[in-house]
Ligand binder design. Structure first.
Ligand SMILES: Cc1cc2nc3c(=O)[nH]c(=O)nc-3n(C[C@H](O)[C@H](O)[C@H](O)COP(=O)(O)OP(=O)(O)OC[C@H]3O[C@@H](n4cnc5c(N)ncnc54)[C@H](O)[C@@H]3O)c2cc1C
Length: 410
């Protein structure tokens, strides 16, 4: 890819190989946006935790939001191998803009996958162009990592569903026009149902925005549903599909979180490396001190390894491989824990300046934490990966250096 106005990057272009000409044009468009608008304005956008309308409209206008949507409804149905590059580019300078893209996946995927044709035609073009917004409401006061705690009840009455319950930590609640709400069927708590609730439905309350540590520009609120009635046509998928639709949305969002974490880690390393060149101490630049070089080396090696795992995961998603969910767990765990470490070390390398609000690493540091918590925390993904490995090891090929029989008999 040619970049006439920019010098070669610290992190090379190797992950762009394999993208089509059209996909490379999208990457180039996003790079131009980050250079000309999103990067220079990132600090200002992240000053207040109010929805970043200007950035959202810019990303919608430039067709970046559309990458999440099916072609039939105005989207470009981008491959994940492109989406991770786009999200990485955005997060390199501005987590808000990256989270507007991953959040679009989370909030609209259940609609794209499960809404009736009529609803898809009504909502998807507007969601794709940025004229409409949706929110995805799964988490509750008693159900975060463990969705078995879900208490929202969805009861069928004639040709309507009645929703009763509370939701917590819902992104875009104050700006969304429609809410994809997951609850349990009143007649059978093992059946999960997802329905679309309009923001003006009687009995539906949205709390004021709740203050948080980072991820400014994409505020969160709590929701309360008291006997909220929606027609049966508002159901997403079939009765019983609610859990699957949520997992489908979370899978894409997990890949997005990993890309966001790696983009931010790349940005943090670039900033620390620039400081290492600029800063003179003990008679030479910081970059000439071996201890600092080793910190830089560790960060770069681990980021490149995590990018490789994520690229593989994106390919698996695009191919529809059966094990993509486990790979998404691995990629998210690896990328988000690494990002927290890298941002901490990059901030350390920039000394007192890294701690200043005026310096971008303070923002990177605060934003990094949420990637380890949202869309399944690191602990949840470790549990998922470990459980899967134990399950598969029961029937896996035995290591040929072992004696026959139980290892307990050694
Ligand atoms: C800014 C923000 C935006 C969000 N946006 C949305 C949204 O749009 N829609 C939505 O539905 N939700 C949203 N969430 C909710 C988010 O997905 C949850 O916060 C997350 O799933 C964790 O749930 P919890 O906060 O209830 O933590 P808990 O489930 O209470 O977990 C607490 C801690 O226990 C750990 N833990 C859990 N299980 C185990 C285990 N087996 N072993 C060891 N440790 C364990 C967890 O990793 C975590 O560290 C958002 C959250 C935040 C903060």
């Amino acid at each position: 890819m040619s970049e006439s106005t920019a010098a070669a990057r610290l992190f090379g272009e190797h992950f762009l190989q394999g993208l089509t000409t059209e996909e490379l044009q999208m990457v180039e468009r996003v790079r131009r946006l980050t250079r000309e608008v999103i990067g220079p304005k990132a600090a200002e956008v992240a000053k207040e935790d109010v929805f970043a309308w200007d950035t959202f409209r810019l990303l919608a206008r430039e067709g970046v939001v559309a990458t999440a949507f099916p072609k039939a409804y105005g989207g470009t149905d981008a491959r994940q191998v492109l989406r991770i590059r786009v999200i990485e580019e955005l997060a390199r300078v501005c987590s808000t803009s990256a989270s507007l893209i991953t959040g679009t996946d989370l909030s609209t995927r259940a609609i794209a996958a499960g809404a009736s044709d009529d609803f898809k035609s009504r909502l998807l073009p507007g969601l794709c162009s940025g004229e409409l917004q949706a929110a995805f409401a799964l988490t509750e006061p008693s159900a975060g990592s463990d969705v078995r705690g879900l208490e929202t009840v969805i009861r069928r009455e004639g040709d309507h569903y009645i929703v009763d319950g509370r939701k917590k930590f819902i992104t875009r609640a104050t700006t969304a026009d429609w809410f994809a709400v997951v609850g349990r069927a009143a007649h059978d708590p093992s059946v999960f149902i997802a329905v679309l609730v309009p923001r003006d439905a009687p009995g539906f309350d949205i709390s004021p925005e709740v203050g948080k540590l980072g991820w400014y520009g994409v505020p969160i609120s709590s929701l309360e549903f008291r006997g909220v009635s929606v027609p049966v046509s508002h159901r997403l998928g079939a009765e019983g599909d609610g859990f699957h639709l949520a997992q489908d949305a979370l899978l894409r969002a997990r890949i997005g979180h990993a890309a966001m974490a790696l983009g931010r880690a790349i940005g943090a390393v670039e900033i620390a490396a620039t400081y290492m060149v600029d800063r003179q101490l003990f008679g030479k630049s910081l970059g000439e001190h071996q201890g600092a070089q080793w910190m830089l080396a560790e960060m770069i090696v681990q980021i490149e390894a995590a990018r490789a795992l994520l690229a593989l995961t994106a390919e698996k998603y695009d191919r529809g491989d059966a094990d993509v969910a486990i790979f998404a767990s691995m990629a998210k765990l690896q990328a988000t824990d690494l990002c927290m470490k890298v941002v901490t070390d990059a901030l350390q390398l920039t000394g007192g300046r890294g701690y200043l609000q005026d310096f971008p690493l303070e923002r990177f540091f605060r934003d990094a934490k949420l990637n380890q918590i949202g869309e399944g925390s690191s602990e949840v993904h470790k549990t998922v990966i470990g459980r899967d490995a134990v399950r598969r090891s029961r029937s896996a090929e035995r290591n040929p250096c072992l004696h026959a029989g139980s290892l307990v008999d050694y």
